[in-house]
Design a protein around this ligand. Structure first.
Ligand code: GLV
Ligand code: MN
Ligand code: MN
Ligand code: MN
Length: 424
């Protein structure tokens, strides 16, 4: 078409990069070797500052902000037929506790860049385009992640996580209420398909977070789907005792039972093909004192696989495996996240493929190992994702890096694809 190349030319590499660097100041941290990372917990004052910046940039070009009951933030570019279902594009603005400057937030900034380019090129779209920043994708402060998109999609009720607490004991429900009060000046909207119709399509831009595109020399990943994930919280309750006086044989030692449980789980999760992902990475011990036997341990399980049968089979065996392994602690296992593997719609993947080809970019079809808000949009509308390379595949780490040029290529593909979807 004649239309899209103008929008592509209007994408500004410098403007997109400058915005990312300005946002990266909010929660800036320094990682190993001075790597410039970010710690921006969801629903924190820093998260709100980032949203304010975004809203300001959006308003300056004529976009209309609104926020829903989960705090999901939208910026609307009006279509010539405003009654039509919008095309949705965005990602998240929260980060991991020791995160990078691009995970999530680039997808939001790229959607703004794409829409701004369309507007500057004088291109109208039949359908509205809504830029979205989903609440709590990471699950770093409040577990699990993807709360905003799950509630939007009606996958879980809006109040499902009210009692989830962060590391300081603050309830998600209270943090959300405080957040919405702080954003009371922003117009409220209904909650996704719980309160209204489905979007026409969803397209999320994201850094790859893995090494494949860089290693193989591609500009763009056409994401074909996302593997399934299950998260569990395991709580072991024993009895605290004096480390010097209590005989080992009489103890109810929660740390020792955790070790037994994790060893048994490692056997359950063995996979010679190295496709399965099994991670224990958050452990809380009480009383957490060198000379007191541990009374309680809480640890997390993150389990992922692209095959639903494996995800179900081994995932369902987790609790029994733990119970069979521990010696004398009480066991409680709670499943906190269950996302089946999804495949993205050809309508979206082919639109992305066409846009990349039209721009002379090298693209590869690939699945996503990370989960993303996009997977909860799959049941609602044709959905898909665009990846750009991540240097050395590093992510969830302050050293995460994609170059201004790589990110601009991604935004150009996004602009062309959004123009096509919003005129379809
Ligand atoms: C999302 O951040 C994930 O853990 O895949
Ligand atoms: Mn992300
Ligand atoms: Mn992430
Ligand atoms: Mn993520």
């Amino acid at each position: 078409t004649r239309v899209a190349p103008n929008a592509v030319a209007a994408v500004s590499e410098a403007r997109q990069w400058d915005r990312l660097m300005e946002l990266a100041k909010l929660g800036a941290i320094t990682g190993a070797d001075g790597a410039p990372g970010v710690n921006r917990p969801c629903l924190s004052p820093l998260d709100r500052e980032a949203r304010r910046l975004l809203i300001g940039w959006g308003k300056a070009i004529g976009l209309t902000p609104s926020v829903d009951a989960l705090g999901n933030l939208f910026l609307r570019h009006e279509g010539t037929e405003p009654g039509l279902a919008p095309v949705l594009s965005g990602s998240h603005m929260d980060s991991q506790p020791a995160g990078g400057r691009f995970d999530g937030i680039w997808g939001v900034v790229a959607a703004l860049e794409a829409v701004q380019a369309l507007r500057e090129a004088g291109i109208t779209t039949k359908r509205p385009i809504e830029i979205v920043a989903w609440t709590n994708e990471e699950g770093g402060r409040f577990a699990p992640g993807c709360m905003g998109s799950m509630a939007y999609a009606g996958h879980r009720p809006a109040d499902a996580w009210d009692d989830v607490t962060d590391g300081e004991g603050i309830r998600f429900g209270d943090a959300l209420r405080e957040h919405l009060a702080a954003e009371a000046d922003i117009p409220r909207r209904g909650l996704g398909v719980v309160d209204g119709p489905a979007p026409h399509a969803y397209l999320e831009a994201h850094i790859e977070q893995g090494p494949v595109l860089e290693q193989e020399g591609h500009d763009i990943g056409i994401v074909t789907g996302i593997q399934g994930s299950r998260w569990f919280l395991v709580e072991l309750k024993g009895e605290s005792a004096h480390a010097g006086t209590s005989p080992v044989s009489l103890r109810k030692d929660a740390v020792q039972d955790m070790v037994r449980a994790i060893n048994a789980l490692n056997r359950l999760m063995e996979d010679p093909t190295d496709v399965l992902r099994f991670t224990v990475a958050r452990i809380e011990v009480a009383p957490n004192s060198s000379n007191s036997v541990a009374e309680t341990v809480r640890f997390t399980i993150d389990f992922r696989h692209p095959d639903a049968a494996v995800l179900t089979g081994r995932g369902d065996a987790i609790e029994a495996t733990i119970r069979g392994a521990v010696r004398n602690c009480e066991v409680k296992v709670t499943e906190r996240f269950h996302a089946l593997p999804v495949e993205f719609a050809p309508q979206v993947t082919e639109t992305v493929a066409r846009a990349a080809a039209a721009q002379g970019l090298s693209a590869k079809r690939m699945p996503s190992g990370a989960f993303h808000d996009a997977q909860f949009l799959v049941p609602l509308c044709p959905a898909g994702m665009i990846f750009v390379p991540s240097h050395r595949g590093i992510s969830h780490n302050p050293a995460e890096y994609s170059s201004p040029e790589q990110l601009a290529k991604g935004a150009r593909v996004l602009a062309q694809a959004l123009a096509e979807l919003a005129n379809g």
